[in-house]
Each structure stands twice: as C-alpha cells, then as structure tokens.
Design a protein around this ligand. Structure first.
Ligand code: ADP
Ligand code: MG
Length: 313
C-alpha cells in the first residue's frame, strides 16, 4: 500500500504547487521545529534597485556608477544587475576593466582597464579617479572588514541611515585602501512572507532567517516579519553550519532558499526546500521544490505532510 499512498501524495503535492524529490523529507516535514529562510530572493523578491548613492570627496556620481558597473562585469548577482541598470538609466557607460574576480559572499574585484578613461581630465591633479592598473572592489561590509579599511564619515552616516531602512549598502573601494562610494539598494519583501511566518508560528514552528547581507538589514527585515532568530553576514561556506547549529540543539530543521549559496544548507537541512525560480544548483539540492515561488507554500507543505502521513499510521 505504501507506493500507492506515495503516488497520491505526490500528485496532491503537484496540485499544491510543489514537486517532491525526496519522499522521506516530505514525511519529516510534519515534525519540523524550525524553518530557516534565506532572505534575498526568498523572503524578498530579490528585485533590488539602487535608491541612493553617496560619494567621497573628489568623486562624482558618474565616476562611481561607471566604475561600479564596470567592476560588476557580467555577474549574475542581483546586486550586479541593480548596479548596471542604475548606470544605464543615467546614460553612463561601463568602465572597462580586466582581471575580474568574484569574491564569493564578499563582492567583486577588477583592475581598471587599459584605456585611460579620463584623458585630459586627469591633468587637473585634483581629480582622484582611478588610473590604469589600479584595483577596484565592490562589496558589502564583509568586504571592508576583510580589507581592513574604514569609511569616511559622510559614507558612514549614509550607510547607517540606509541600513535602518532595511536597504543593502554596497561599497566601492579604490586601490584597496579608500572607500569612494556607497550605494543603497532596496528590495521588496514578498507579501506572502508575513503570512508564512504567522502561519508557521500558529503551528508552533520557529522561524529563522539566514543572509549574507548586513546585520542592519537582517534586523530590520526580521522585525518587519516577526522572525524569531536571524543570522547575518554569513559567508556562503558558513550557511550550512547555521543549519547544523540549530540541529545540534535537537531541532528538526527545514531550509528554504533560492541561491547557489544556499545549496549546502539545503542539503544539510532535514527538509531542503528550493524556490522554483531559483538557481539550478539550489533546485538540485532541494528535497522539495516550490513551483510558485511562494514562501507561504511552506505552510501548505507542512499541512500536507501532516495530513498525508497521519493516514499511513
Ligand atoms: P545573500 O544572497 O544571502 O545576500 P551573497 O553571499 O550572495 O548572500 O552576498 C553576500 C553579500 O556579499 C551581499 O550582501 C553583498 O554585500 C556582497 N556581494 C555579493 N556579491 C556581490 C556583487 N556581485 N556585487 C557587490 N556585492 C556583492
Ligand atoms: Mg537568495
């Protein structure tokens, strides 16, 4: 009888917007203690847009947008797309760069390209724009910490203001030593996220959040959604250890995520739940796929698990 029950359950699952890749995980879902959500692209839409910029003395907005868009290269990261779009909207060209490097979980890095960008402008002497062969980094607070550099006062207050509004702040670093701009990016929390958190609480399930984004943003989003516990500024290789940490407290944990970075955590979790619009790596690491990209479907999943497996006992 077991295969029959499973078959019914699988098609019911499909009608409820989910694909089951691991039946055991589906069965375990009814006993979950904690659901851990990735923030960007899972609880939020992941459609970030640049909503503000602050530059250091000697750097114009055009300078920093051109440079930032150049350094992002063809990166598929949502932050990269937002920066390139903002530069395009301002009618700016991307600076030419070489030696592009993706610093996983920190940001990106490149060398300013072979063509002198400013030509005669640099003769003024006052202009502090980059010269050929200089290194430029773009990334979050983790990057600044790694490079061991401080922000100028104007950029610090801009970043604090943005952070308190749950905006992600990305810094442009010139020559590994000088923060020359900060960009504020706003994302949108999915409407279904709030309902998902409330419904999980109503089932006595704890809700946690995991993000590579800053402490400020994590705190603001958690408060907004009523999340019990969050882990911020988590490097990609550390995401699964946070799941492990909860498991070592004796909890049965589900992880919900969309990104390449979430794959090890999805694998580690007792129930790995991938967002259907997520990256292939995430989908391959998930036990269950949410086809509609709706975090509230986690609630349906738990209910379906409870209803289906009760019958089998
Ligand atoms: P998450 O998807 O949880 O935000 P990531 O590991 O993708 O985690 O990113 C963590 C942080 O690293 C970002 O919040 C940002 O500060 C920085 N970062 C990552 N990729 C880029 C990029 N392409 N450009 C700028 N900053 C980036
Ligand atoms: Mg994500």
């Amino acid at each position: 009888a077991v295969p029959l029950v499973v078959a019914i359950n699988t098609s019911t699952a499909a009608r409820n917007g989910m694909l089951i890749r691991d039946r055991i995980a589906m069965e375990e879902a009814r006993n979950l203690d904690t659901v851990m959500f990735d923030k960007t692209g899972t609880l939020t839409k992941g459609e970030q847009g640049v909503v503000g910029v602050e530059t250091a003395a000697g750097w114009s907005e055009a300078d920093v947008f051109e440079l930032a868009a150049g350094v992002e290269g063809d990166s598929e990261h949502m932050i990269a797309r937002a920066i390139r779009t903002a530069a395009e909207e301002r009618g700016l060209q991307r600076a030419s760069v070489s030696n592009f490097e993706n610093l996983r979980g920190l940001g990106v890095k490149a060398t300013v390209g072979s063509e002198p960008r400013r030509g005669a402008k640099q003769v003024s002497g006052e202009q502090s724009g980059p010269r050929d062969g200089e290194t430029v980094h773009l990334g979050g607070p983790n990057l600044l910490e790694k490079l061991g550099i401080e922000r100028p006062a104007g950029i610090t207050s801009f970043a604090e203001e943005a952070g308190s509004n749950a905006q992600t702040v990305i810094y442009l670093v010139h020559d590994e030593s000088e923060v020359v701009a900060a960009f504020a990016l706003a994302d949108v929390i999915r409407e279904e996220s709030r309902q998902a958190v409330d419904a999980l609480h109503a089932m006595d399930i704890e809700v946690a959040m995991l993000t590579g984004d800053s402490e400020d943003v994590a705190k603001a989003v958690s408060a907004e959604l009523g999340i019990d516990q969050y882990f911020a500024e988590v490097l990609p290789e550390e995401k699964d250890t946070k799941v492990e940490q909860l498991q070592s407290e004796g909890k049965l944990v589900a992880m919900v995520g969309d990104g390449v970075n979430d794959a090890p955590a999805l694998t580690r979790a007792d129930v790995g739940i991938a967002i259907g619009s997520g990256t292939d790596v995430a989908i391959e690491s998930g036990d269950i796929i949410l086809v509609e990209n709706n975090p509230h479907d986690v609630v349906r999943l738990v209910k379906l698990s409870k209803a289906s497996y009760r019958k089998m006992q």
